[in-house]
Design a protein around this ligand. Structure first.
Ligand code: SAH
Length: 248
C-alpha cells in the first residue's frame, strides 16, 4: 500500500491485535476474530485512506503524514479507522467519538497501552457533539466506517468539518447508489461530493470505496437535527441497500 512502518509501529499493531482479541472474549467488540482477518479487514482497511488521500491530493504519502491535521473518527467502535490511523500518523491530532461506553473503555485501554494518550476519546452521539464547541467545524478531516448509510451519515459528519476540510466515508459496493441519494443532503449541509475513490486492500476481494466530500460552506444551524431524524428521515432518498453496522 506504499506505507513503510517502523518496528515500533508494527509492534503497536501486534499489541492492538492481542488486546482486541483478549477483550473480545468478554465484550462484543468485533465479529472478526481470526488474526489474519483482523489485519486485513480492520488494520489494512483503515490504513487504505492514506495512499488514497495522498493520490487524491497529488502528494507523496510522507507529505500527507507530515500534516498536523485535526481528525475525528465518528462511531469509532474498537478504533477503526481512527486508532489504527493514529499509529502511522503521529503528527495528526485524533479524536474518537463513540456512543457505547464499553467500546470507549476499550479505546481508553488500548490508547494508554500503546502510548497514544494524545488521542482524544469521547463518549457521546455525533448528533449532539456536532452541535457544540470545539467539535462543530473543528476538524480538517472527518471519518467514519460502517456507521450508517450515506444520507444519514453526512448529517452526522459534515457539521464536524471546517470549511476547506473534508469528510471521507469508508463504503463498500453500495457507495455509488448511496452517494446519489446523499447528494441533496450534502449540498444542504455545506458539502460538495468530490470523488469516489476505489481502494485496493491487499488480501481483500470485496470492493472498497472511499467517498470524499469537500466542506465548502458552513453547515446551517439546526443540523444535525435531533430526535433521531438523520436516521429516520434522512435528507435525500433512502438507498435500497443500507450498509449494516457491524455491531451495535
Ligand atoms: N467504525 C467501527 C465501528 C463500526 S460499528 C468499525 O468500522 O469497525 C458502528 C459504531 O458506531 C458502533 O460502535 C456504534 O456505537 C457507533 N455509533 C452509531 N451511531 C452513532 C452516533 N450517532 N454517534 C456516535 N457513535 C455512533
Amino acid at each position: 500500500m506504499g506505507l513503510v512502518l517502523s518496528p515500533a509501529q508494527v509492534a503497536a499493531f501486534q499489541l492492538y491485535l492481542d488486546e482486541l482479541l483478549a477483550w473480545n472474549e468478554q465484550f462484543n467488540l468485533t465479529a472478526i476474530t481470526d488474526p489474519a482477518q483482523v489485519e486485513t479487514r480492520h488494520f489494512l482497511d483503515s490504513l487504505a485512506l492514506i495512499p488514497a488521500l495522498a493520490a487524491h491530493e497529488g502528494i507523496p504519502v510522507p507529505a500527507l503524514l507530515s500534516r498536523p491535521l485535526r481528525i475525528v473518527d465518528v462511531g469509532a467502535g474498537a478504533g477503526f479507522p481512527g486508532l489504527a490511523l493514529r499509529i502511522v500518523w503521529p503528527r495528526a491530532r485524533f479524536a474518537l467519538v463513540e456512543a457505547t461506553g464499553k467500546k470507549v473503555r476499550f479505546l481508553d485501554h488500548v490508547a494508554e497501552k500503546l502510548g497514544l494518550g494524545d488521542t482524544l476519546r469521547i463518549q457521546g452521539r455525533a448528533e449532539e457533539l456536532a452541535l457544540r464547541e470545539p467539535h462543530r467545524a473543528g476538524y480538517d478531516l472527518v471519518l467514519a466506517r460502517a456507521v450508517a448509510a450515506l444520507p444519514t451519515l453526512v448529517e452526522y459528519l459534515l457539521p464536524f468539518a471546517k470549511r476547506g476540510g473534508r469528510v471521507v466515508a469508508y463504503k463498500g459496493s453500495a457507495a455509488h447508489e448511496e452517494a446519489l441519494c446523499a447528494e441533496q443532503g450534502i449540498r444542504t449541509l455545506g458539502g460538495r461530493l468530490s470523488k469516489l475513490i476505489p481502494a485496493e486492500i491487499p488480501g481483500l476481494a470485496e470492493t472498497r470505496v472511499l467517498v470524499v466530500i469537500d466542506k465548502v460552506a458552513q453547515t446551517p444551524d439546526g443540523y444535525p437535527r435531533g430526535r433521531g431524524l438523520p436516521r429516520k428521515q434522512p435528507l435525500g432518498c433512502k438507498p435500497v441497500e443500507e450498509e449494516a453496522e457491524e455491531t451495535v
